[in-house]
Ligand binder design. Sequence first.
Ligand code: GLA
Length: 402
Amino acid sequence: MLRLLPRLAGLAALILAAPAVAQAPAPAGPPRAGEAPNGLAPTPPMGWNSWNKFACNVNEATVRATAEAMAASGMRDAGYVYVVIDDCWHGPRDADGFITADKEKFPSGIRALADYVHSKGLKFGLYSDAGRHTCGGRPGSQGHEYQDALSYARWGVDYLKYDWCDTGARNAEEAYKLMADALRATGRPIVLSMCEWGTSKPWLWAANVGNLWRTTGDVIDHWEGKYDYSWGVVSIVDLNEPLWTHAGPGHWNDPDMLEIGNGGLTNTEYRSHFSLWAMMAAPLIAGNDVAAMSDATKAILLNREVIAIDQDPLGVQGHRVAKDGDREIWLKPLSGGRQALLLFNRGLAPATIAATWAQLGLAPNARLRIRDLWAHRDLPRARESYTALVPPHGVQMVVLRP
Ligand code: GLA
């Protein structure tokens, strides 16, 4: 029998307290307590970001090709709408202090690229940094916050990822609030992604500042472990999971972008990566070369049944309810009285994992319907428990409903 973890007790109260889903951007003005200040991201943002695959080698042609592939592959229609250019798009500031684009990489300029992305039915995002320089050594926004926000709004930016390199002794909450105010002052709805790596515990203050906050250092395309500033997928999970009570509509824990399709893990491991991100209501930001992805990668990123778990309007982050060595049981409450259940085998041998209704806080004799989200089929109804044989580093992911 797997050990029941104590956090389950607070779950019922949390579900009752979950705020209603915002339907439309709130008008500019001060946020109300517990509400995302800009009314955006009622469900975790989905899209693509250039960093994991292209790092500083991103350019206009790559972004255009990606936008085309996002539309043609079905990614856009599955919900991946934000196309975000990460670090290294910047040129110097002009004589008046306005930021320019790197002329070699982005010869047509950012406005034209944003227009092109919008013409594909997608939204457009950029990256900056709260310090003097970005992590890649380009100009940061410190001292230019209002000016940069104005440029972004003029260009048609819908999403800003705001990093934390070269910030010296800056106070993170103040620095992020300043940029949030500058974005709000433009009048354009812009999602604010706060990338301060969890250093000052943003989960304690950032819900009223922006829409998502990184909880860890950078993800790397490895299964587990720490590598300088980066962490393997499962190590990120262990850092992000305990923060589940802090997430909700408009304000999400961000365990960093997806590595699916980048080649470091097996497809079984990538399925686990995707399933765990969905259980954690994480932003689903693809980080692969979408224009050249394999059918196997596509089948993972485009699994709409798993995406629906991530995007469930209740907006409760799932978490681990039981653990016995390598065998874990995760639960995510969903709208309509349903539950997503994940059986996760971290070990190197196949493992039988059983979840009892008692462990999940469900009535023991409830006869529940079970839907397998990776096999895309209904399983026989079950009473009292559900058991599956789970492959090494793999998951079994199902939805339970009355
Ligand atoms: C930091 C961030 C990454 C990425 C790089 C870009 O490391 O955490 O996500 O944006 O900077 O330089």
